[in-house]
Design a protein around this ligand. Sequence first.
Ligand SMILES: [Zn+2]
Length: 217
Amino acid sequence: MNREILEALAASTLYDVSMTIKPGMTVWRNYPHKQPEFETTADYKNGGHSHESRLHLDAHTGTHLDAPLHMVEGAATIETVTLDKLVRPCRVVDMTDVADAVHAEDVAKARPQRGEFLLLKTRNSKDPAWDDNFVFVAADGATALMNAGVAGVGIDAVGIERSQADHATHKTLLSSGIVILEGLRLLDVPPGEYFMVAAPLKFEGVEAGLARVLLFG
Ligand SMILES: [Zn+2]
């Protein structure tokens, strides 16, 4: 690899913007059935010689990527989202002054460029606990993102919309091939340009993928 790129990467600040996965973490609507469970299948008690766990997890636990199948019947699953869409430059946008929902005018203020991947830093980042009134992307905000031609959008809430009856936000973004990242932790990340490594686990045939997401900046 080009030496200058290696040196720039080594000198950059690394931000892990992923949620810690553990029982009791923030999950969608705090539903108990969405909590992760770690089952110990072997341990050192009674002469055991190893520790082994089996994980019981929703595909939408913590920081994750939604594949089109999540809201579009018959659409693509997570392993078909290629890594060039996820390992690439991105821009953290300051939307901490948005009170309720990201609308078209908020998108316009961010001046999205065609092909950009935007990570929306909202007031959600200040308090990681579940909030029924979390900041989400409204339908007109999603349409504005689509019209701007963005490649992807991420948000610091476990969902990008709040249970809109028609799921317009998810449907608009996913059916136009826009990648959705949910559950980002952006509190410590200043707005600006970064290089993102978002690596979902390589499940086949599933509508979402848990991901460790790193930003270099
Ligand atoms: Zn999701």
